[in-house]
Design a protein around this ligand. Structure first.
Ligand SMILES: [Zn+2]
Length: 413
């Protein structure tokens, strides 16, 4: 068989996706495989078994990331394909899992085909991508971004610490500090993922070749005025925090039009008014602001513009304002050599494809800090994700898996 004719084993791939989808599933509510839960551990046991059944080398690093290795040689930089198997509560069966299972399938096919490879290959499942304990724990560990402070502070919404949750499963969180990989040990990183947006589905395309992953900043903003009687306080003697918030919300479109790019987005997704009674002027408005773009300079300019806008509005309404930065993630440009390898795979397979950006964060964002990185998207029906309604047609899954397979073959030879 010529290497151009290589294809994944569709039946085996489908059986694996279906088997993993049963682990942590709750009737009619989707999948609950949150990081280091019993269901997550069951998923890990399943993957380890599949790796061993395939006679690939199993390896678990300090952050409990699971690796399948083909032709491992620690002196030769490897080509890695990966994603995550943990889920949000009530998740679909493809977010993360698809990338891990397709990576494993690609390694199995390359092993069976006997194609001569010059570089070792790894299929990796990263720990806690979805954020039970903050998110991207596994890939951040590999990228050397996890600190002892992070390990001690990381907690889930029920107050269970990362250290405790890992210890309960027989894992030592401190070992994550030793999971870091040298940039020289990775030749390239490729992640196959569902798009989680509507673009490919609307355009009827099977493959998205990702050019950039958006960065974002997330603020919690507090506007403070004075709570007072809704009946006795004349309109011109108020410091109404909600009026300030409302005016700010209206200004979002103008700020984006003036300072953003066509890719910029800004969202107020959570609002709390205090004291929160119908007959009391809100003395305090606390709200989130999530701003995204693929260009770090534009993000900086937008941060400045939103700060100035808040300050002007606060002055006009007699309010004070302050904000705290909840997250600040730099955008990532995908590496040209990896993008070209994906383009070549799409050409070989003659698949309908387009280039696009990723609006969601992925493990690829962390690994891009230490290795040339690229991403392959397959369509999400109606753009739905983080829900049991998540769906991708089998044809598109097969197209994505074959694109990953050919991309890996090219990068490894
Ligand atoms: Zn994901």
């Amino acid at each position: 068989m010529s290497s151009v004719d290589l294809r994944v084993n569709t039946e085996r791939l489908r059986a694996d996706i279906d088997a993993l989808a049963q682990i942590g599933r709750q009737e009619n509510q989707g999948i609950y495989r949150m990081a280091f839960s019993d269901a997550d551990m069951a998923g890990r046991d399943w993957l380890r078994q599949r790796i061993e059944d395939s006679e690939l080398t199993f390896f678990q690093d300090g952050a409990a990331n699971l690796h399948a290795r083909l032709n491992w040689d620690k002196n030769v930089p490897s080509v890695i394909a990966g994603s995550h198997m943990d889920t949000v509560p009530g998740a679909g069966h493809l977010d993360g899992a698809l990338g891990v299972v397709c990576a494993l399938e690609a390694l199995r096919v390359l092993k069976e085909s006997g194609v001569a490879l010059q570089r070792p290959l790894e299929a990796v499942s990263f720990s806690d991508e979805e954020g039970r304990f903050g998110g991207m724990f596994g890939s951040q560990s590999v990228a050397g971004l996890v600190t002892p402070e992070y390990l001690h502070a990381a907690c889930d919404l029920d107050g269970i610490s990362l250290m405790e949750a890992m210890a309960q499963q027989g894992l030592d969180a401190h070992a994550a500090l030793h999971a870091q990989r040298k940039p020289s040990s990775i030749y390239a990183y490729v992640e196959l993922h569902i798009e989680q947006g509507p673009v490919l589905d609307r355009k009827g395309l099977s493959i998205g070749v990702v050019d950039a992953i958006t960065g974002l900043f997330k603020w919690e903003i507090r506007l403070s005025g004075s709570a007072n009687h809704a009946g006795t306080t004349p309109m011109d003697m108020r410091a109404d925090a909600f009026q300030g918030l409302a005016e700010f919300a209206v200004q979002i479109d103008r700020v984006l039009a003036e300072y953003g790019s066509p890719h910029s987005t800004a969202t107020i997704g959570r609002v709390e008014l205090k004291p929160g009674a119908a007959n009391v002027i809100p003395g305090e408005a606390v709200f989130s602001l999530d701003v995204r773009d693929t260009d770090s300079q534009i993000l900086e300019v937008l941060a400045d513009a939103f700060r100035r806008t808040l300050s002007a509005i606060a002055r006009r309404h007699g309010l004070m304002f302050d904000f705290s930065v909840l997250s600040d993630i730099a955008p990532v440009q995908c590496d040209m050599s990896v993008v070209s390898a994906i383009d070549a795979a799409v050409n070989t397979l003659q698949l309908p494809a387009t280039h696009l950006n990723s609006g969601a964060a992925h493990d690829a964002q962390m690994i891009a800090g230490i290795a040339p990185t690229g991403m392959i998207f397959v369509p999400s029906k109606e753009g739905r994700s983080h829900s049991a309604a998540e769906w991708t047609a089998w044809d598109d899954i097969e197209a994505g898996a074959n694109t990953l397979l050919h991309t890996l073959r090219q990068l490894a030879t």
